[in-house]
Design a protein around this ligand. Structure first.
Ligand code: FES
Length: 156
């Protein structure tokens, strides 16, 4: 669905800002919100650009940079770090050739950092799209990557 069609589905009320932004991002092939998207939402809702960019920057679910079909979030909070969180980052780097904040050349995976995912007793922990994976090992990471590789739409 096109940006204009998405925006017009909603009443021009500020309360709809998050819903509109989320739907625009979900409908973007590269899973992000562009400057033009934000400008159009700004005009429609009569909300200044500074506020829109502030909201997009505040919520980690939004991105202003293209993302791969699968979003891998590595927990970088202290408990996971103590039980090998950094090693997890290196394993992903070896397997996918990308580090934190990067997307692979096939646009299949993006890796980002995240704060605690609420599974501290079972670290290291990652989240891929909307699923949390615990007690990670190199073996488990390879399985997770294979499961999501060639996933036509990582959000499902
Ligand atoms: S510190 Fe990683 S899940 Fe809590």
């Amino acid at each position: 669905m096109k940006r204009e069609e998405i925006i017009k589905k909603y009443k021009p009320e500020k309360d709809n800002l998050l819903l509109i932004l989320q739907e625009i991002q979900d409908n973007n092939e590269l899973n992000y919100i562009s400057e033009k998207d934000m400008e159009e939402v700004s005009k429609y809702l009569n909300v200044c650009m500074a506020e829109i960019t502030g909201v997009v920057g505040y919520y980690s679910m939004f991105s202003t940079k293209p993302r791969g079909k699968n979003l891998i979030r590595i927990c970088c909070s202290p408990v996971c770090c103590m039980v090998g969180g950094e090693k997890i980052e290196r394993i992903f780097k070896n397997e996918l050739g990308i580090g934190i904040g990067e997307t692979d050349k096939n646009n299949e995976f993006t890796i980002e950092e995240t704060e605690c995912l609420g599974q501290c007793g079972n670290g290291p922990v990652i989240m891929v799209n909307d699923k949390v994976y615990t007690e990670l090992s190199a073996e488990k990471i390879k399985e997770i990557i294979n499961k999501h590789r060639h996933n036509a739409n990582g959000k499902k």
